[in-house]
Structures are given as structure tokens and as C-alpha cells.
Design a protein around this ligand. Structure first.
Ligand code: AMP
Length: 268
């Protein structure tokens, strides 16, 4: 399985990526972690990106693309990976598509963690307090001013990816403000494997009807922090729900997302 977690800084991509790694045995590929390691090791790339990262701006596309290309080529990434913090620009997304295509691979889906920016700022502020209380050093970019720059970079450079992947019918939105376990459940639900279908010799129409009812019964229980999935999607054919689960499911209309977000806001 090859997935992308998309969302602004502080949306919980890292936590959800680790959970996906634990559940599906994927490799967690975080460009932020890789770049921080390069900075800490004082490599030429690290020296090149240090100030950019400290300011909260995006590093050059060619640097991050080459880091990811090298990493994806490693044997441990063969079984699948979850990309956290990459791609962050349309140019990076296009480079990713090209590098996967060269290997005869595809993306299985993109999860957009939808968040409320005001709450996000408060979340990061409390993360800063907790880190300080533990006596641990702060990340340079854990600073309200830097956070503003990072959010701005997300809005201007990364958010266009939502449209990019929506056009490819690959994106699914999840309410990132819901409690962490609910977010995990929603993501797992999106990528849950469908149960095998019984074959039938009946006509295509009656078989379709039968598949619909069987699938609805077999579909994993919808989590509260609903991934935006219309009930209709549960009735898709087994072919359509094959390896590219997310690709087979149309994103729900915008309205549904705000409804889900409102629902969890109410819960809080
Ligand atoms: P993160 O830990 O993912 O929030 O990333 C921390 C910082 O690393 C970002 O603010 C950027 O400066 C840089 N960075 C990480 N991933 C990318 C990327 N895909 N493209 C450009 N810059 C990145």
C-alpha cells in the first residue's frame, strides 16, 4: 500500500503515519524527519536547508524529490510506504507520479486531514508547553511566528494538491480535529479491504443488487470521525474496490466534510 497523508503542520500526520506503519507494516517516509537528520548531521543538504527550515519555508523541490527518490528505491519500501510531509507542492506530486510510474507502481490513496487553523495554533502552543514542561528542547519551527509562515506555505503551496489529487479521484478527507483514535479509525476504514464476494450466475442487474446488499452488510463499521464516504460507495463492484480502494471511491461533496467537522467540534 502506498499512501500520502496531507494536512497542515500540527494536523497529526506523524501520529497517524506511525499507526498506519504499525497496522500495515508500511515504511514511514517523513521528509521533515529526513531533512532534520541531514541538518543534525551537517551534510551538504542539511547546510543548504537549515535556514529555510528555521524560517518555516519550504525547501527546494529538487532536494526533497531526490531524497524521496533515493528512499523509495530502498528494499524496505517495496512493501509499501506512507508519505508524511511529501509531496508539498504540485511539482513534487508530479515528480512522485513519474518516479512511481517508472517502477510500475501507483498510489493507493491520499488522506487529507482537515483541520481548523485556530485550533491548530492552540494545539501547537500546548505542544510547545508540554515539550518545555518535559524539559525537552523545542523544534526551531515550534514558534508561533514560524508556524504562521508554515501555515501560509501550506495554504499557498500545498493546498493546491487537494485539487490535484481530487482530479485523480485519489483523495479522501478525514476530520483531523476529532480525537486521535477516531481519526485512526476513519483512516483504517477508508483502506479496509472489502470482503470477498460470492459469485452468482444470475443476471448482471440482480447480481449488482445482491452485491450491494452483501457489501453493505460486510462493510467495516463507519467510525464516528467519518471519512467522507457516501453510503453509496459501499455498493461498488468488487472490481472497483480492488487494490486502489481510495481511487475507486469518489470524494463526497464539500458539505459533508463541514458537517463532519461540525459534529466533532460539538463533541469537544
Ligand atoms: P515537517 O516536519 O513535515 O513539518 O517539515 C519540517 C520542515 O521541513 C518544513 O517546514 C519544510 O521546511 C521542510 N520540508 C519537509 N518536507 C518538505 C517538502 N516535501 N518540501 C519542502 N520542504 C519540506
Amino acid at each position: 500500500m502506498r499512501l500520502i497523508l496531507l494536512g497542515p503542520p500540527g494536523a497529526g500526520k506523524g501520529t497517524q503515519a506511525q499507526r498506519l506503519v504499525a497496522k500495515h507494516g508500511l515504511v514511514h517516509l517523513s521528509t521533515g524527519d529526513m531533512l532534520r537528520a541531514a541538518v543534525a548531521a551537517g551534510t551538504p543538504i542539511g547546510r543548504q536547508v537549515k535556514d529555510i527550515m528555521d524560517r518555516g519555508e519550504l525547501c527546494p523541490d529538487d532536494i526533497v524529490v531526490s531524497i524521496i527518490a533515493d528512499r523509495i528505491a530502498q528494499p524496505d519500501a517495496r512493501n509499501g510506504f506512507v508519505l508524511d510531509g511529501f509531496p508539498r507542492t504540485v511539482a513534487q506530486a508530479e515528480a512522485l507520479t513519474r518516479m512511481l510510474r517508472e517502477k510500475g507502481l501507483d498510489l493507493d490513496g491520499v488522506v487529507e486531514l482537515k483541520v481548523d487553523e485556530g485550533q491548530l495554533v492552540r494545539r501547537i502552543e500546548s505542544r510547545i508547553k508540554e515539550t518545555l514542561a518535559r524539559g525537552e528542547p523545542l523544534r526551531k519551527d515550534d514558534d508561533p511566528e514560524v508556524l504562521k509562515t508554515r501555515l501560509d506555505a501550506y495554504r499557498r503551496q500545498t493546498a493546491p494538491l487537494i485539487h490535484h489529487y481530487r482530479e485523480k479521484n485519489l483523495i479522501r478527507a478525514v476530520d483531523g480535529m476529532a480525537p486521535m483514535d477516531e481519526v485512526t479509525a476513519a483512516i483504517n476504514w477508508i483502506f479496509a479491504k472489502p470482503k470477498p464476494q460470492k459469485t452468482s450466475t444470475k443476471s448482471a442487474t440482480s447480481q449488482k443488487t445482491k452485491q450491494k446488499s452483501t457489501k453493505q452488510a460486510a462493510a467495516p463499521k463507519k467510525p464516528q470521525a467519518a471519512a467522507r464516504k457516501p453510503a453509496k460507495a459501499a455498493g461498488r463492484s468488487s472490481k472497483a474496490r480492488g487494490s486502489k480502494v481510495a481511487a475507486a471511491r469518489k470524494p463526497a461533496p464539500k458539505k459533508a466534510a463541514s458537517k463532519g467537522a461540525k459534529k466533532s467540534a460539538k463533541r469537544r
